[in-house]
Each structure stands twice: as C-alpha cells, then as structure tokens.
Design a protein around this ligand. Structure first.
Ligand code: 5GP
Length: 207
C-alpha cells in the first residue's frame, strides 16, 4: 500500500460566494468516507475576535508585533493582508498534517492560495470558486443583512477584481448549488491524487 502525503486544497473566491459552506460540506463528505483524513490548519490573525470566537479555535489571535516576529522566525508559511489585518498559516502544524497523510482544506485569499502552490508545488491544488452571476453574488451579500449599501458596492468592486484573477488557479468551479460544488471539489481531489507524478512509486513496486 502507498502512504501518500496529504494534499493542500487551497480555495479562494470573492466574499459571499459560499466558500465556507462548500468547504464544510466537502469536509463532511471526506470524513464520512475516511474518518480522520482531514486536518485543520488554524490561521494566525491580527484581527480582533468576533462574538464567541476563541484563541486557538477559529484563529490564533496575535498582535501585529507578535505576527511580524513569527514571520521573521520563519514560523508562517504564507501570509496576506485583508481589510487592514494580517492573516497567515503556521508552518509546523501544516507540515505535520501533510506528513501524516491528512488533507488540509484552506479558505484563504488569492495571494495565500498562490503562495501555498509555489511553496508546496505537487502537494497543493488551487481552486477558484465563482458565483453563478454577479446579480446572485450581490443578492447573497445583501442577504446577510449586515452590510450598508456602500460596503456592498465596495465588496462587489473587490469581487470583480478578484474574479479577473481566476485564471491564475488550476481549477475554476461555480457555486450554483452547494452539493454540486462540493462534488466538483471532491472530484478534483480524487484526480489530483491519481496524477502519475504522485503514483510513480506504485509503478516501481510492480517492476
Ligand atoms: P475573516 O476575518 O472573515 O475570518 O477572514 C477574512 C479572510 O481571510 C477570509 O476570506 C479568508 O479567506 C482569509 N484568511 C483566513 N485565514 C487566512 C490565512 O491563513 N492566510 C490567508 N492568506 N488568508 C486567510
């Protein structure tokens, strides 16, 4: 039997596209098929905790100075700024999960996905999620009910700029239906794991 290194599944897409919901469904299906197969990367951020968020659960909440020190110490594998705060992925836990063969799902910024792809190369697959239409994206953003018209306008402008970069990703899917989008991601994960470059050892074993 082959012991595979885990796969980094780096997913980006505009705010409101439903990345969180789709990834939660992907994880549920993967865990059902193979319990313990999904690892969790807890990001470090300089933003303040919201509501019931706890340090070490949703994020590691750190000061800007602490975050910058972690970068200097090489403890952050990728980081980006989003709405005036740093967000980054700690290196050591990720390495451990990959070595154990766990797949790790990421909902991160475009720069974050591309950086993981550069650093981890064949251990990473990048996926961009599109909304079915710009009208639908706006409806979803409005449906949250928390944003002012001006904020919605800014988010839509940002979404248009992000969507222009979808071609920098290896795969593009559309979230017109959560179940279908989750199925597409599972299909991508399966295909990635079957790539010849990842299975060459199995061939050698048969020689
Ligand atoms: P929020 O503040 O809403 O929890 O997250 C804001 C955005 O930061 C999310 O859309 C998510 O994609 C991104 N994000 C969260 N963690 C990371 C990380 O470790 N690295 C990068 N590059 N982006 C992240």
């Amino acid at each position: 039997m082959n012991i595979f290194r885990g796969l980094i599944v780096a997913v980006s897409g505009p705010s409101g596209v439903g990345k969180g919901t789709v990834l939660a469904r992907v994880e549920e299906l993967m865990e059902k098929a193979n319990p313990g197969s999904v690892g969790h990367s807890i990001s470090v951020t300089t933003r303040a905790p919201r509501g019931t968020e706890q340090d070490g659960v949703e994020y590691y909440f750190r000061t800007t100075e602490e975050f910058e020190q972690m970068i200097k110490d090489g403890r952050i594998v990728e980081y980006d700024r989003y709405v005036d705060n740093y967000y980054g992925t700690p290196s050591e836990p990720l390495e451990k999960m990959l070595a154990k063969g766990q797949d790790v799902l990421f909902d991160i910024t475009i720069e974050g996905s591309l950086a993981l792809n550069r650093k981890f190369d064949i251990d990473t697959v990048t996926i961009f999620i599109l909304p079915p239409s710009m009208e639908e994206l706006e409806n979803r953003l409005r449906g949250r009910g928390t944003e002012t018209d001006e904020k919605i306008r800014l988010r839509m402008e940002q979404a248009r700029n992000e969507i222009k970069r979808a071609g920098e990703f290896e795969y593009i899917i559309t979230n017109d239906d959560v179940e279908r989008a989750a199925g597409d991601i599972l299909a991508i994960i399966t295909a990635e794991k079957l790539k010849a470059s990842k299975n060459i050892n199995a061939v050698k074993e048969l020689e």
